[in-house]
Design a protein around this ligand. Sequence first.
Ligand SMILES: Cc1ncc(COP(=O)(O)O)c(C=O)c1O
Length: 355
Amino acid sequence: MKALMPRIEISLSQIRHNARMLCQLYGKKGISLMGVSKAVLGDPFIAEAMIQGGVKFIADSRIENIQKMKSAGIATRFVLLRTALSQAESVVSNADISLNTELETVKELSYYANAHNKIHQIIVMAELGDLREGILPCDFHEFIKQTLSLSHIKIIGIGCNLACYGGIKPDGLKMSELSKLADTIEREFQLKLEIISGGNSANYEWYESAQEVGRINNLRLGESILLGNETVNRKAIQGLKTNAFKLFAEVIESKEKPSLPFGEICQDAFGDVPIFLDRGIRRRVIIALGRQDILVSGLKSNDNLEILGSSSDHVVLDSNNDDLKVGSEVNFHLDYGGILAAMTSPFIKKQFVKV
Ligand SMILES: Cc1ncc(COP(=O)(O)O)c(C=O)c1O
């Protein structure tokens, strides 16, 4: 039987291995892990591999992904990473815990939790400088005070998210700020916070260099589990597998052509005016994959091919004069953006492999 293309091959054993190694590593200093499943569209098999590796929660930004995992029988504590006011009822019905920063939204969650006869658990996110979601420390106490008056909400933790939007490093200073915030909130409101969630895959460097982790007892990891690297410098973490995902695509044209387009230059399909280097006649390869499927910048050829450009349905490569045949397959390593796009594309087949 012909192999399916394009396809993404996924090694569950490598993902399980990474989750296990990271749980062991972070567990040494009392840090539990949430496995973040959003980049893999809440794939139940991948979530299960993370759970087998030891993660205590599965966190996703989309309710639909959580629903998919629950329907597939994944049993764990589900955390919603991004909460929208308009989805409050669905959040309460589907997630055990949600991350929150807006009082309006938390009031709505309380309303629907009451209607469903539930207590909804929340983690309140602090803004520590990255400028994506978060409540500024100066407004944090008021938020907690108001939230504590809501009958069907339980604050089970606080957290922060760095190195995502603003590229701010989760260093010792940021982590001790979060620890101090946890201490003062607990003291002021006579609360016991179960979770102090210090961040994501960018927290590795801080963790490795920290003498002690303060109150931080949880991290939410996506990329480190899936790709085996940290995200401050995108360095591989020792002992982790970095090739759990591989993308395969079919060669649909292979010809020797000039490297410089000929004719009058105008805009390309995406409104850019491309610039090319004249390298003479080269063997060029086109694969049946395009921007509708993949973040092309997230691809790295495992076959020594150079990506020259792309349109919605085509990626054009320089084959380095390798005479690739039409119908043959080429494969790529994917970065996080590449995995996110490939797993989301309905055109890319998902195939689990035993490696
Ligand atoms: C709030 C939040 N926490 C954690 C993560 C996981 O980040 P990373 O994949 O870098 O570990 C993300 C992003 O996916 C996120 O949005």
